[in-house]
Write a protein that binds this ligand. Structure first.
Ligand code: GLU
Length: 288
C-alpha cells in the first residue's frame, strides 16, 4: 500500500490537513506500506518555500515520517506537458479564452440552467470547436477537455472506482451523462500554470505508484475527472478514501486563510500530537 499527503504550500496546515495526513499515514503503517509527501506547488503565484518548510515541521511534530526525496510538482512540468500532448494529439483538448465573467455572462442567458461541477459552473461550451483543433499544442493558453469527445472515446467501457471512505463506500460508477452534465469541459491546463490540479494529480499518483488516495470529501466530485483522465492516459486508478471534513465550532469548513486552527497554534499552546489525535477522534499512532 502506498498512500500520500499532497498539500499546496500556500498557507498553514490546519486541523483538516492534520486529519488527512494522519489518516493516510496510519493506513499505510497499519498495512506495512509507505506514506509519501508530495508538494503541490504548481500555483507559483501563491506557493512559498517558507510554507513548505512549515508543512514539514508540522508533519514531523505529528510523528509522521516519509521517505525522501519529496516530489515537488514544479519539478515535473515536463511530465504534465507530455500528458497534455497525448490528449491534444488525440483531439480531446481545445484552447479557451473565456474569462470567468464571460462564462457567467453566457450562463446568464435565460435558456441556460446553471449546474455546478467540481470546478464551479459547468462550462457552457463557448470556445468548443466543431472539429478538433490541429497544429502544435498551444502554449500560453488555457486548455479545456472536450467532454463529448472524451465520453465517446470511452464508449461503453466501464468508468468507476473503488471508494473506502465512510460516505460512498463501495464501487462508484460514473455515467457518461454525469460527466457531460455535471462535470463538462473542465480546464486541464491553466494559462498561468501550463497545467492544472486535475492533470498533475493523475500524472503524479501514477508516477509515485500511489495505491490509495486519502483526501477530504470536498474532492469526491473531482474524482470523476481523475478517473476519466486515468482511462484516457492509460494510467491505473488507485483506491479512493474520501474522509469526513473537519469543521470549526460553527460548522464551517476550515480554510487556509483561517489560521485560527493552524496546527502550529496548537503546538505553541503546548498541546502534544497525541492531544491533537484525540481531538480529531483518531487513536494513537501504531508503534514505529
Ligand atoms: N493539493 C491538493 C489539496 O491540498 C491535494 C488534493 C488531493 O489530495 O488530491 O487540496
Amino acid at each position: 500500500m502506498r498512500t500520500r499527503f499532497a498539500p499546496s504550500p500556500t498557507g498553514p496546515l490546519h486541523l483538516g490537513h492534520a486529519f488527512s495526513a494522519l489518516t493516510a499515514f496510519d493506513m499505510a503503517e497499519a498495512a506495512g506500506g509507505t506514506f509519501l509527501l508530495r508538494i503541490e506547488d504548481i500555483d507559483r503565484s501563491r506557493a512559498r518555500p517558507e510554507w513548505e518548510a512549515q508543512i514539514e515541521t508540522d508533519l514531523a511534530w505529528l510523528d509522521i515520517r516519509w521517505p525522501g526525496p519529496v516530489r515537488r510538482q514544479s519539478d515535473h512540468l515536463d511530465a504534465y506537458r507530455r500528458a497534455l500532448q497525448t490528449l491534444w494529439d488525440r483531439g480531446f483538448l481545445y484552447p479557451c479564452s473565456c474569462s470567468r465573467r464571460d462564462i457567467l455572462t453566457a450562463l446568464d442567458a435565460p435558456q441556460e440552467g446553471v449546474t455546478h461541477g467540481p470546478d464551479g459552473p459547468v462550462y457552457p461550451g463557448t470556445c468548443r470547436p466543431a472539429a478538433p483543433p490541429s497544429g502544435p499544442l498551444p502554449v500560453d493558453a488555457a486548455l479545456r477537455i472536450d467532454m463529448r469527445k472524451a465520453v465517446q472515446a470511452i464508449d461503453g467501457k466501464s468508468l468507476g472506482f473503488t471508494e473506502t471512505g465512510p460516505r460512498h463506500a463501495g464501487t462508484v460508477h460514473l455515467s457518461p451523462d454525469h460527466l457531460l452534465t455535471h462535470v463538462g469541459d473542465v480546464v486541464l491546463a491553466r494559462r498561468d500554470m501550463g497545467t492544472s490540479y486535475h492533470l498533475s494529480v493523475c500524472v503524479d499518483d501514477a508516477a509515485q505508484e500511489v495505491t490509495h488516495v486519502v483526501r477530504g470529501e470536498d474532492l469526491f466530485d473531482a474524482t470523476a475527472i481523475h478517473v476519466l483522465l486515468q482511462r484516457l492516459l492509460d494510467l491505473p486508478s488507485p483506491v479512493y478514501h474520501h474522509h469526513r471534513l473537519i469543521r470549526d465550532a460553527a460548522g464551517r469548513r476550515l480554510a487556509k486563510r483561517d489560521d485560527a486552527r493552524a496546527i502550529a497554534r496548537y503546538r505553541e499552546d503546548g498541546l502534544t500530537s497525541g492531544d491533537l489525535r484525540a481531538r480529531l477522534g483518531l487513536s494513537r499512532a501504531p508503534a514505529p
